[in-house]
Design a protein around this ligand. Structure first.
Ligand code: ZN
Length: 189
């Protein structure tokens, strides 16, 4: 379902009243509308099909690991609706089909742009690549800072959460897993 911007606008107005603000004061007048438009952008990933994006493939005899490293992503935690953001690393072992790197980045983006938990986001990216490309295996590592841990609660800014999801040879083969890890570390910042 597409974003119901009228409803979001009404909710934001209510939220402003709820926190003791006056939604009719000048600075806040257009805020509900701006927030509603923003949600179309940051929560619109549900309306896009990552599998379809990843189905733009080309046949290639390359049978070695392909890694996309340090792709920035922005998501929002579903418990507090606050951002979490960081970098994603995606590796896969092709079996006759490869996909453009920009499509991998877009798949990450599609799953990130909805209320999420980082663990599920990581798994969804891995599962979509498995389904669309049918590779010998996939590994996804995401490292992120959560504003709900920095601004509130335990207030520990700078703490990052790392999650990983491995499928196929990345899960079963120690050599593949080690190769992936060492390629991630090479020249990393
Ligand atoms: Zn949270």
């Amino acid at each position: 379902m597409a974003i119901d911007t009228d409803r979001v606008e009404r909710a934001v107005r209510e939220l402003l009243i709820g926190i003791g603000e006056d939604p009719t004061r000048e600075g806040l007048l257009d805020t509900p509308k701006r927030v509603a438009q923003m949600y179309e952008e940051i929560a619109g990933g549900k309306d896009e099909d990552a599998i379809r994006v990843l189905s733009t493939q080309f046949a290639e005899d390359h049978q070695e690991m392909v890694i996309m490293r340090d792709v920035p992503f922005y998501s929002m935690c579903e418990h507090h609706l606050l951002p979490f953001f960081g970098t994603a690393h995606v590796g896969y072992m092709p079996r006759g089909k490869v996909v453009g790197i920009s499509k991998l980045a877009r798949a990450v983006d599609i799953f990130a742009r909805r209320p999420q938990v980082q663990e599920r986001l990581t798994s969804q990216v891995a599962d979509a690549i498995m389904e669309a490309l049918e590779p010998d295996g996939v590994a996804v590592v995401m490292k992120a800072e959560h504003l709900c841990m920095a601004m509130r609660g335990i207030r520990k800014p700078g703490t990052s959460i790392v999650t990983s999801a491995t499928r196929g040879v990345f899960r079963e083969g120690l050599a593949t897993r080690n190769e992936f890890i060492s390629l991630l570390q090479q020249g990393s910042r």
